[in-house]
Design a protein. Structure first.
Length: 128
């Protein structure tokens, strides 16, 4: 239903601020893994707000063509900490808890990683 509209921004709720953060938007079929990177944009720690929603405006906005989109955020820490917020669940069956593990180069669900904890990441896409 969003074909021919534009993805304008991505909102993320941050707890502890990471050192650096990227918004990454991929195309790809659920439930496998994303395949093509469509957008990547960086922000510094100074452009984020702790314990609040931080907006990343896409420049230019991303045209929605009807392919499935994976909206994600990548962050870097100088030590172990939780940065991105989550809700109490239950997990959205359309992938609300996917994460990418760089150690094994694979996408997995938080539920699988934690043996059953059911959450959704606080990431939102805004469409014009």
């Amino acid at each position: 239903p969003y074909t021919r509209r534009q993805l304008r921004s991505v909102l993320r709720y941050f707890y502890n601020l990471p050192t650096g953060v990227q918004v990454k938007i991929y195309s790809g079929d659920y439930p496998s893994a994303p395949d093509s990177l469509l957008y990547s944009g960086h922000r510094t720690r100074n452009e984020l707000t702790a314990f609040a929603w931080s907006e990343h405006v896409l420049d230019p906005p991303l045209q929605i063509t009807g392919v499935e989109l994976w909206v994600s955020t990548r962050f870097v820490h100088s030590f172990d900490q939780q940065s991105i917020g989550c809700d109490a669940g239950p997990r959205n069956s359309n992938g609300g808890d996917y994460l990418y593990e760089e150690d094994n180069n694979a996408w997995t669900t938080y539920q699988d990683l934690t043996n059953g904890e059911s959450i959704n990441w606080n990431i939102r896409a805004e469409i014009e």
